[in-house]
Design a binder for this molecule. Structure first.
Ligand SMILES: [Zn+2]
Length: 102
């Protein structure tokens, strides 16, 4: 049986579920710091040196990753309310009751 991948709740046939697809892409603004006198040629040589022997799949993960999850309605609502898990109103949400007593 299909289950929510966050809370593990069972999602019987015919129930509504959500597919969360996350695509994480590396950004680059095109600006190279050449203030230390490093030329593009030196930079490329340094990158080649640093990545020599590293499997291509690992290098690809550095620039692009895909995630796909099945969520129940409740977990979808929680995710949409705060997709980056940011602190709410400057205060973080306590994870357990004992956190409130500090
Ligand atoms: Zn769930």
């Amino acid at each position: 049986m299909r289950r929510c991948e966050k809370c593990r709740r069972a999602l019987p046939q015919g129930s509504i579920y959500y597919r969360l697809n996350i695509s994480l892409l590396q950004g680059f603004d095109g600006v190279l710091d050449q203030t230390d006198g490093t030329s593009i040629k030196d930079l490329i040589a340094r990158i080649n040196e640093q990545t020599a022997g590293v499997p291509e799949s690992l290098l690809e993960e550095e620039v692009h990753r895909e995630f796909s999850f099945i969520l129940c309605s409740r977990c979808k609502e929680k995710y949409c309310a705060n997709p980056l898990d940011l602190p709410l109103n400057g205060n973080s949400v306590p994870k357990k009751l004992s956190d409130l007593q500090e």
